[in-house]
Design a binder for this molecule. Structure first.
Ligand code: IMP
Ligand code: MG
Length: 180
């Protein structure tokens, strides 16, 4: 796969870590129910694996926000394209993200969902980039902390492509948007 300059996290490592996160969530929500809110589209692959590693009452819903488009830098502007289908009032909610970079997307979503009065609101991100941030983030579950590089695969895209790679790789500098 020439879009990737190197593999950062392989399939086996992902499977093992997602299993651990699922076990942790199962323990934390034993005897309770929880709604996983997947952030479309990047979190779809992670969420699909994560729910199957959870053994308590779990429901899913989705919210779609703006992405980077064909750039690899955050625009800082978050737009909602699709809202949740159900109310989260009085529910235990976990926001499921693919990756946290600047934290702008997450800060916006936490604020938005908190105003809907869930019983509890937590955050689970598959990846967390190691970098400086303007404001502090509160993340309850993290799959892997990675260096500050642009990555693709396991749901993460570059210009919409490469989400289907079963591993996480660093985007090659020579890579071009797949449809150009
Ligand atoms: P943030 O708002 O800067 O934290 O960016 C979060 C969103 O940007 C994620 O949900 C991803 O969709 C996208 N993103 C950030 N870093 C990467 C990356 O390395 N690869 C692919 N998408 C990324
Ligand atoms: Mg995303």
């Amino acid at each position: 796969m020439e879009a990737v300059s190197r593999v950062l996290i392989g399939e086996d490592e992902i499977r093992a870590r997602v299993g651990e996160l699922g076990a942790q969530i199962t323990r934390d929500y034993a005897g309770k129910s929880v709604i996983l809110v997947g952030i479309l589209r990047g979190a779809v692959v992670f969420l699909a694996d994560l729910i199957r590693a959870i053994d308590t009452t779990v429901m899913i819903d989705f919210i779609a926000v703006s992405s980077y488009g064909k750039s690899t830098k955050s625009s800082g502007v978050v737009r909602i394209f699709k809202d949740l289908n159900e109310s989260i009032e009085g529910e235990n909610v976990i926001i499921v993200e693919d990756i946290i970079d600047s934290g702008l997307t997450l800060a916006y979503l936490v604020d938005l969902l908190q105003r809907r009065n869930p019983a509890e609101l937590k955050v689970c991100s598959f990846l967390l980039k190691e970098r400086e941030r303007d404001h502090e983030l509160s993340i309850d579950y993290v799959g892997f902390t990675i260096p500050d590089e642009f990555v693709i695969g396991y749901g993460l895209d570059y210009a919409g492509a490469y989400r289907n790679l079963p591993f996480v790789g660093v985007l090659a500098e020579s890579a071009q948007p797949a449809d150009e």
